[in-house]
Design a protein around this ligand. Structure first.
Ligand SMILES: [Mg+2]
Length: 246
């Protein structure tokens, strides 16, 4: 009888261990798959996507709130600054560095924290309410790069998908977050509404080139900030696994 109980106990222990190990293997596999999804997104290998896959919600949250996101931002900023230091802006003041704003200079993490870190499909109205509060903090590694390129003598041009009607709140938000001395701040006019970001930004870069600017660097969290026409000599892609703008 004692032997039977012992065998039963052993069996239960084995079942328990098996079930724990399968949970941890499956969550580890999920983490690996979501890591692969994130890297595929950063490398622009995914098609257009509307929201973070449900099984990756926890992964993206952990990445955005943990050390990974900051470390990735840091390396982009440092590499960009290193490239900028290899250039010598000319005295004519026409060597330019373009920065996108959202998730490049300013962080909307407080907004996305309340909206599932990209799990929810993007809601323009709710996001605009957040923009109008003007409370987005600086992305610190980008602020460092911003100051570095200004000190090196580049003209800084801000090119954002935000609307012209948000100019005033955007200017206040940028200044409060520590950004200053930009040369131009370009926002979407009514004529630009409805254009895909890649076209809108290409057209604006083309205008800059017509104005005699040499676009040497471009920093953005979306490939649509960086690709298209009149592209910069080098582009720097900041991480963003929360949303995709075509
Ligand atoms: Mg952006």
């Amino acid at each position: 009888m004692i032997r039977f109980h012992f065998l039963l106990l052993l069996l239960l222990l084995c079942l328990c261990l098996f079930s724990f190990s399968s949970v941890s293997v499956s969550s580890e596999e999920c983490w690996v798959r979501c890591g692969a999804w994130r890297v595929a997104g950063e490398a622009n290998n995914l098609g257009e996507w509307k929201a973070v896959p449900e099984e990756c919600a926890e992964y993206v949250k952990a990445y955005m709130t943990g050390k990974g996101y900051l470390a990735d931002l840091d390396i982009v900023s440092k590499e960009a600054a290193e490239f900028a230091r290899t250039l010598q802006p000319a005295a004519d003041g026409k060597d330019a560095w373009i920065f996108d704003i959202d998730e490049t200079l300013l962080s909307n993490l407080p907004y996305y924290a309340a909206h599932g870190y990209g799990l929810e499909v993007f809601d323009h109205e709710k996001f605009n309410d957040w923009v109008e509060q003007g409370l987005a903090p600086a992305i610190e590694p980008s602020l460092k790069l911003y100051e570095d390129v200004l000190n090196l003598g580049f003209k800084v041009i801000l090119l954002t998908g935000r609307s012209e009607r948000h100019r005033s709140v955007t200017v206040d938000n940028l200044i409060n977050a520590g950004f200053k001395d930009w040369n131009q701040l370009i926002l979407r006019t009514p004529d630009d509404q409805g254009k895909r970001a890649i076209l809108y930004k290409s057209e604006k870069r083309s205008d800059m080139v017509k104005d005699g600017y040499r676009i040497l660097g471009n920093s953005g969290d979306q490939w649509s900030d960086l690709l298209g026409s009149s592209v910069s000599v080098r582009s720097f892609k900041l991480p963003n696994p929360m949303y995709y703008i075509p």
